[in-house]
Design a binder for this molecule. Structure first.
Ligand code: PMT
Length: 412
């Protein structure tokens, strides 16, 4: 996806350089447009080096002979058509006023009018300018038109005053970008099979082996995928959760039943995500009657359950396979081993002994290990945000793998 980053003239313009890097890390292509004011604070070369793209500075770029060329005169239309999102950070009071009034006197303000993509602005200015009725009215006008405003933070400002006006934190801006793009149905063409919850392995009519999985992680992925337009089939072990809206749920109990449901629906899926905590062992014999207590020690014979993920990955074709790794030690090593051993494309590793991570919490702390060698460590996030980041990574990886396949085909 392509983001156009508009940088306007404020001290915070230098912070936009870091934004370019973070957006690229998220898999976005970033094209930078700088106003004349922004160029007083940072050089276009900085952004060109970071983005790997030509930085657009003028509405009418001059040729070597000093003449305005037609190409540059209509470039704002081309940029407006190819961008998926216009992010203006930092946005000065002047830029906000021009956007609100429809003044188009440079490349960025012209692009703003021509673009039909969603727009996010992250204002940064002196506290009095921010609080001024004119700025606040402009903000309200933009908000009413659907522009997303990432409000400035409070704190010590470059002008020496203290108050609201500092450019919002990078992560807050990135989150706004992700959320805005997510409201577009970027998984509309996908059918996603997801496993969630524990499995219960019966020993006799009243006893079973299980684990502490609540299903929250897998259900969060299912809900997020459905909201992003995917057709979602959720194969769920026994949990006490509502089925997310728009999701088809298949209830199972044991690893064997989960395996059967997955096998039945796998061929129709384009992505399969295995968040379930499947029991690794089950009683070798199922007692048909309740086992009696006789006071003597009891030894249970267990046998391994089928590895549902590894089986699914054997016939994956173009299907993207995502596994989880619930670890208590050597998380990165074990996760990378699982990535290879199970022939997965992505492993979501969580240290289930960490506070706020793993079983039953509403939050999780995960690192995403991708087949293309990228490791993405995420901070503690709600399971719903983790789910979104997993889906973002799936789409990024899908793009990388498709490009590789196409360049391989054209080389053959
Ligand atoms: O449900 P919650 O309470 O929200 O908790 C979330 C979670 C901790 C269960 C989740 O984040 C998680 O880590 N899920 C995977 C748990 C697990 O079984 O991990 P594992 O490392 O043992 O297995 C590796 C992968 O193989 C997993 O994708 C698992 O689904 C899959 N597997 C394992 C065994 C088996 N027989 N079949 C499998 O498909």
């Amino acid at each position: 996806m392509r983001i156009t980053l508009g940088v306007t003239g404020g001290v915070a313009a230098y912070k936009a350089a870091e934004l370019v890097r973070l957006l690229q890390q998220d898999g976005f292509t970033v094209e930078v447009v700088m106003t004349r004011g922004a160029r007083e604070f940072v050089t276009p070369l900085t952004f060109a080096a970071l983005s790997g793209q030509k930085v657009i500075t003028d509405l009418f770029e001059k040729s070597a002979a000093g003449e305005a060329n037609l190409e540059s005169a209509i470039e704002h239309i081309a940029v407006a058509q190819r961008t998926d999102l216009l992010l203006v950070a930092p946005a000065t009071a002047d830029a906000l006023a021009k956007f609100a009034r429809g003044i188009a006197d440079d490349f960025l303000t012209t692009l703003y009018l021509a673009a039909t993509a969603p727009v996010i602005v992250a204002p940064a200015m002196n506290v009095n300018m921010w609080n001024h009725a004119a700025t606040q009215e402009n903000i309200e006008t933009l908000r009413a038109r659907g522009v997303k405003i990432v409000n400035p933070d409070e704190g010590y400002l470059a002008c020496g005053m203290t108050g609201a006006g500092r450019l919002a934190g990078q992560q807050e801006i990135i989150t706004a970008v992700r959320e805005t793009l997510r409201t577009q149905k970027d998984l509309e063409n996908e059918t996603i099979l997801i496993t969630a919850g524990p499995t219960c392995e019966d020993l006799d009519p009243v006893r079973y082996l299980t684990n502490r999985s609540s299903g929250k992680m897998g259900y969060a992925v299912a809900g997020a995928a459905a909201r992003r337009g995917a057709k979602v089939v959720l194969v769920s072990g026994p949990v006490h959760l509502e089925t997310p809206a728009g999701v088809e749920r298949i209830a199972v109990r044991s690893a064997e039943q989960m395996r059967g449901a997955v096998a039945e629906r796998l061929a129709r899926s384009t992505i399969a995500i295995f968040a379930a905590a499947v029991a690794d062992y089950r009683p070798a014999e199922l007692q048909t009657e309740k086992m009696k207590r006789n006071g003597a020690p009891l030894t249970l014979r267990l046998e391994p359950t089928p590895d549902i993920l590894a089986e699914a990955a054997q016939t994956k074709g173009d299907r993207l396979i995502v596994g989880f790794a619930a670890e208590t030690d050597h998380v990165a090593d074990n996760a990378r081993k699982k990535l290879a051993a199970k022939n997965a494309d992505l492993i979501v590793a969580n240290n289930v002994t960490a506070e706020g991570a793993g079983f039953d919490y509403d939050t999780n702390i995960v690192t995403l290990f991708s087949r293309d060698g990228r490791d993405l460590a995420l901070p503690k996030l709600t399971k719903s945000d983790v789910a979104q980041r997993i889906l973002d990574e799936v789409l990024r990886l899908r793009g990388v793998l498709r490009t590789k396949t196409e360049s391989h085909r054209s080389a053959v």
